[in-house]
Design a protein. Structure first.
Lengths: 347, 592
């Protein structure tokens, strides 16, 4: 009789993959950097939902935040572009292959400073893409200068005062066409998970602005993107639960307490109302909420807006189902009939 | 080109110069005649002066030439500016009611049309143009039927009444000319091969279709916009994804994103837009994604002269982007070549996974030329290089995107292929692609990766044939040109030969790879070398010297915004051969 104990069965997700398949290489970011927590949430969400890693394409620009795709989804495809240009790169790639699940990770400098033009144009396109802004109010990688999301009057470690008002990427996204807009905090594991999972289920552009403190350059007194500032000023809109499509939602919920939004793939976002009467499908109301919170000096977090009916860029273009990137060579050129017509125009 | 005939039509922009131009072009091409057209215009949508010259003949027409046979001034301004260009045997056809001729040179025939009398039955206003076409064709000895056909084609969308009216006035002018004006000395012949007529920009776009381009994006910029127009017009039918993007930074990044995902992608711009693309181009080189960018040169610097031509962007292309990287640069030599070059450069960019640049200019891109339809080959070979688009297993098989190879080319898997996931990064990377720029403080790794990329240049050079000398081997002078000047230099050589000066020609099409050794081998046998280019500083001369130490004997340059005409080159060559001068900058006589 053998006395060896069989190893405990490995924990796998619903497609039989261990969490290892969703991890990346070891982070080289500073210990305590908010970006690391966001990477962990991304790993958990894709693992728990059982997304095939090789169908995911990660996109990023340049910055500490943009480096982070190396630290999650190591079995997915990755594209580290140039500073501020990820929106166009992702658009091109996803137009060429619509079957890829795009995940963009960027910083506040990458998006709101150098890349604001590309960002707004991407928002306008409502391209299906998860776009996570790791917002620390500074350029971490270049050693802590203010970015365009730094609050008016906030200070650098050196005491330098920021003299311009910030861009609110959520407000911009809301106004110009993103169909899923949320703000979160890297320190809020549960909320951020629910938001990322909902974004995975969403068909359209998801803009997620995550306050993600830079412990090295912007976590001091006078910063409005520090851990302590967030502890004091975060105002949660609601509590969120995400119920994936393959799970039973039969649990009865008392009318009025919970609002459910059905996502494109049949998943559900459950919003438990806290202290505010809130309709996540009302864009104007969301904009007003943001303005009001701003005036009160609060950082409002949660799902600000969901629109599950607006056509995406792909639908609007009436693109063929098969990715144009993998058409057989015989289909890459116009047909004989079209060419004949083209030649006729020239005579 | 023994027998050619040139018609020039001038007027204010918006006066409809294009329509008679198109009608002439169509009739010539349908008679199997070749043609070459150049439109000198100003950057004003309405009101600026436009001067279109169409030159035709039974043989290939290499330039718009030196001589105008028929001038059609649509307004007084054109008459005043350009009558002086006409010599003996030429004629000017104009509206005798509104335009007054000046004093023409001896032997120039004045042909006033009594327009109000000829159009008294019609209600349409723009017909003076159709009248002039009718009169002109009659004098060229071309029957009326072809004009009736073309007018029917041209106006059929506007209804039968408009067609009938146009044919009627054209007929009256045709008949009037037959009985009142002297026909031209040599009637235009016919050949039996109908030609296709297209601009360089159309040819570039069609070349894209032939190359299997599936993604085209652009931000409009003269003189490259014609490519976007063709693409946008034919997008649906031809199955090409065509997008107008917010700016050229977006354009190049989107094209690279698409190319990276596996399609053939292309974009076109002019110098200013190209400047915005350079960071992206370096990215394509670093991540080793093929992308083709067309730069249609116009007179710079800055926004410069948007409607004028120049060969002034060469060093911008050579130096585009920071750092060292393999690139391919080609300068097509004719409208037909604009078509041919696109599949060629896509094949090379795909094989060597690097950016490809096509360098044309306003002269070529907006110029019109006839082409034998059979030369537009849509079945050219497509070579995607070492491209992995599918895999059966999704195991981790150790795929390395930037595998060190002897050729420097590593098999390229597109995103989404199971078992071939990888990261591409603009930071320096290792064979597996992982972004670990910190590690590239390691000089051994950095050096190895740099050398891997640069090894591709040898392969690129071997894949492209060196340039060859055209014309007699033992000539008095060798004329060196690059890109769009091919046709005008060829014509200048013909004229020089008639005058007793033999000239051969070295026309450079591939800028990178240059094949410097082969060029020197050719040029060292020349008795005398003159380098001709359409810019101020001799950009190609400087490039040739930097690559080969070769210094030609003389230079002919032009930087007034207009292209060379054959006589500019002929006169300069004659002068340089006779005397001491080594630098000629010909004056352009036609001003708009
Ligand atoms: C065109 C260009 N300009 C400047 C830089 C230098 N640079 C690298 S990262 C960065 C700012 C990154 O800030 P952010 O996006 O907020 O990322 P973080 O490091 O804060 O996560 C800058 C300015 C660059 N890489 N490219
Ligand atoms: S510098 Fe700031 S943003 Fe960059 S890794 Fe360190 S903590 Fe994070
Ligand atoms: Mg930042």
């Amino acid at each position: 009789m053998s006395t060896t104990v069989p190893p405990p069965p490995k924990k796998v997700n619903r497609i039989g993959l261990e969490v290892l398949n969703y991890k990346g290489s070891k982070t080289t970011l500073c210990a305590g950097c908010g970006h690391n927590s966001i990477s962990e949430r991304i790993v958990e969400c894709f693992y728990e939902l059982g997304v095939e890693p090789w169908t995911i394409a990660k996109f990023s620009g340049i910055g500490c935040s943009s480096k982070s795709p190396a630290y999650f989804l190591g079995r997915s495809h990755g594209f580290n572009g140039v500073h501020g240009r990820m929106p166009a790169i992702a658009t091109g790639a996803l137009l060429a292959n619509r079957t890829l699940l795009g995940v963009g990770v960027t910083g506040d400098g990458d998006t709101a400073s150098i890349g604001i033009g590309q960002f707004i144009h991407m928002v306008r396109r409502n391209m299906p893409l998860i776009y996570v802004i790791e917002n620390n109010g500074v350029y971490g990688l270049t050693k802590g200068q203010f970015s365009a999301t730094a609050d008016l009057g906030s200070t650098l470690k050196t005491g330098t005062v920021n003299d311009l008002p910030p861009f609110d990427c959520c407000a911009l996204a809301l106004r110009w066409g993103a169909t899923f807009v949320a703000r979160s905090f890297s320190g809020d594991k549960k909320q951020l998970q629910a938001i990322i999972k909902t974004a995975i289920a969403h068909n359209g552009l998801s803009v997620i602005d995550v306050i993600s403190p830079c412990v090295t350059f912007n976590d001091h007194q006078g910063s409005t993107k520090s851990y302590s500032y967030m502890k004091e000023h975060e105002s949660m809109l609601h509590e969120l639960d995400f119920v994936p499509y393959y799970e039973d939602i039969a649990v009865e919920i008392p009318e009025g307490e919970v609002r459910e939004v059905e996502m494109h793939d049949g998943s559900h976002l459950r919003i438990r109302k806290l202290h505010r009467d809130y309709d996540p499908t009302n864009r104007l109301a969301a904009a007003t909420l943001l303005e009001e919170a701003d005036a009160r000096g609060e950082v409002l977090t949660g799902v600000l807006y969901v629109n599950t009916s607006k056509p995406t860029f792909l639908e609007q273009l009436d693109l063929v189902d098969q990715p144009i990137a993998t058409l057989p060579e015989s289909k890459t050129r116009p047909s004989r009939a079209v060419l004949d017509q083209v030649m006729e125009e020239l005579r | 080109m023994e027998h050619t005939f040139a018609v020039s039509i001038g007027g204010a922009a918006g006066q409809g110069v294009a329509t008679p131009g198109n009608i002439f072009a169509r009739i010539f091409a349908r008679r199997g005649l070749h043609l070459n057209a150049y439109n000198a215009y100003q950057s004003i949508i309405r009101g600026g002066h436009t001067f279109l010259t169409i030159r035709t003949g039974p043989e290939r027409v290499n330039s718009f030439g030196d001589r105008i046979d028929l001038l059609i001034p649509l307004n007084q301004d054109t008459m005043d500016r350009h009558l002086g260009l006409l010599g003996p045997g030429a004629a000017v056809v104009y509206n005798g009611d509104t335009v007054k001729p000046g004093a023409p040179a001896d032997g120039v025939q004045l042909c006033p049309l009594p327009v109000s009398q000829l159009t008294k039955n019609s209600r349409n206003k723009v017909e003076q143009n159709t009248l002039a076409v009718g009169a002109g064709l009659s004098m060229m000895g071309i029957g009326f039927q072809p004009l009736a056909e073309v007018l029917t084609h041209q106006f059929k969308k506007k209804g039968e009444a408009v067609v009938a009216e146009n044919i009627e006035v054209a007929r009256s002018a045709y008949d009037y000319a037959s009985s009142h004006f002297q026909p031209f000395a040599r009637p235009l012949p016919m050949t039996d091969s109908r030609k296709a007529v297209l601009t360089g920009n159309m040819a570039l776009a069609m070349g894209g279709a032939a190359a299997g381009v599936k993604f085209y994006c652009a931000y409009p910029m003269s003189p490259s916009t014609g490519v976007l127009h063709w693409m946008a017009t034919h997008a649906r039918k031809a199955g090409i994804m065509v997008r107008q993007v917010e700016d050229e930074i977006g354009v190049v990044n989107m094209a690279i994103g698409a190319a990276h995902a596996g399609v053939r992608a292309m974009c076109a711009t002019s110098g200013g837009g190209f400047a915005l693309m350079t960071e992206g181009l370096g990215m394509a080189a670093m991540i080793e994604t093929p992308v083709v960018v067309i730069d249609v040169q116009r007179a710079g610097p800055s926004t410069g002269v948007p409607t004028k031509t120049e060969q002034g962007d060469l060093w911008q292309m050579l130096g585009a982007g920071h750092g060292d990287y393999p690139r391919i640069i080609v300068a097509p030599t004719s409208v037909l070549d604009c078509f041919k070059v696109i599949p060629e450069i896509h094949n090379l960019a795909d094989r060597f996974q690097c950016p490809g640049i096509v360098l044309t200019d306003l002269l070529l891109s907006e110029g019109t030329s006839s082409v034998d339809s059979a030369d537009l080959d849509f079945d050219v070979e497509i070579d995607r290089g070492d491209l992995i688009t599918s895999a059966s297993s999704n195991g981790t098989n150790g795929y390395k995107r930037y595998l060190f190879t002897e050729s420097g080319v590593s098999p390229r898997a597109i995103p989404g292929v199971p078992g071939h996931n990888h990261t591409v990064a603009t930071d320096e990377h290792m064979e597996d692609g992982v972004l670990i720029s910190d590690e590239f403080t390691n000089p051994i790794k950095r050096r190895a990766m740099m050398e891997k990329r640069q090894r591709k240049t040898a392969g690129i050079e071997a894949a492209v044939a060196p340039p060859a000398l055209i014309g007699p081997a033992d000539a008095d002078v060798t004329l060196i040109g690059w890109g769009s000047t091919a046709g005008v230099i060829e014509e200048a050589r013909e004229i020089l030969t008639e005058e007793g000066i033999t000239a051969n020609q070295l026309q450079i099409r591939w800028i990178v790879p240059l094949h410097g050794d082969a060029i020197v081998e050719i040029l060292k046998r020349s008795h005398r070398t003159i380098l001709i280019e359409n810019n101020y500083s001799g950009q190609f001369a400087r490039y040739l010297r930097s690559e080969t130490s070769f210094v030609p004997d003389g230079y002919i340059r032009k930087y007034d915004g207009e292209p060379f005409m054959p006589h500019h080159i002929v006169d300069a060559v004659r002068e340089q051969l006779a005397g001491q001068i080594t630098m000629s900058v010909p004056m352009h006589e036609i001003t708009v």
